[in-house]
Design a protein around this ligand. Structure first.
Ligand code: GCO
Length: 264
């Protein structure tokens, strides 16, 4: 088996929400496999510029594009500029996401809508505008970043679970409609990773921190770099007949019912 199956040289990958966290870790993995990276964020140009310095320090060819993934006009314009200024988008990673931790009975409808808009509607919007080129070129890769909450419920993250559950089915339906164009659409389901998003619940002594370490057969939080292998696989020739699949990278959480805290 030749290692070139995982070679991304000559490919251009747009990774939404790639100025930090899991998005950046996956983008760095794709960059190290040879891809040119389109770094996206929406908070500030400064944050994108800071991230570009980090990518360049890793020897990665990267370009920054600030746009709001929930705004269809901005997405359409950004895809047009990227393809004119850098080149055709071969790989799309829909990673941008937010979470709001509030019991459902106390959650504002506007908050629920915002979480669903970023975590479920934006992967649809960005994919809709990127896939047109992929269909024309009869080739492309789309990866939707799902979650444990694509399969499991958890108190206080109802909107997030609804969105991530929906994203799993959106992934399957994209495969149903676009696989015939030689486009592979799959998902990655991260378990619990050490990121800024999980920092509030990953504090030493915090009951949820201990719960996760005990609930995860690997008995630890994941490191963001643990996701790059899955991202490279689902972006490369190695996955040319993999479609509509969610690859969970979770240290075994979904494989087990868990164990009581007094059991080793
Ligand atoms: C939470 C966490 C999760 C993780 C991840 C798990 O509050 O439960 O933030 O949502 O980030 O999505 O797969």
């Amino acid at each position: 088996m030749s290692i070139s199956l995982f070679d991304l040289k000559g490919k251009i990958a747009l990774v939404t929400g790639s100025t930090h966290g899991l998005g950046m870790a996956m983008a760095i993995g794709l960059g190290k496999a040879g891809a040119t990276i389109i770094v996206n964020g929406n908070s500030s140009q400064e944050k994108i510029d800071t991230a570009l310095v980090a990518y360049k320090a890793e020897g990665i060819n990267a370009f920054g594009y600030k746009f709001n993934v929930t705004d269809e006009d901005q997405v359409k314009a950004a895809v047009k500029s990227i393809e004119a200024e850098v080149g055709t988008i071969d790989i799309l990673v829909n990673n941008a996401g937010i979470i709001k931790r509030t019991p459902l009975e106390d959650m504002e409808v506007s908050d629920f809508r915002e979480v669903v808009d970023v975590d479920l509607v934006s992967p649809f919007i960005v994919s809709k505008h990127v896939v047109k080129g992929m269909i024309a070129r009869k080739e492309g890769k789309i990866i939707n970043i799902c979650s444990m909450m694509s399969e499991l419920g958890r108190s206080t993250v109802g909107a997030y679970a609804a969105a991530k559950g929906g994203l799993k089915m959106l992934t399957q339906n994209m495969a149903t409609e676009w696989a015939k164009h030689n486009i592979q659409i799959n998902g990655i389901g991260p378990g619990y990773f050490a990121t800024t998003q999980t920092a509030p619940i990953r504090v030493e002594g915090h009951p949820f921190n201990d719960f996760i370490v005990n609930r995860t057969p690997a008995a630890k939080w994941g490191d963001p770099s643990d996701l790059s292998g899955a991202a490279i696989f689902l972006s490369s020739k190695a996955s040319d007949f993999v479609n509509g699949h969610i690859l969970y990278v979770d240290g075994g959480i979904l494989a087990t019912i868990g164990k009581p805290s007094n059991e080793n």
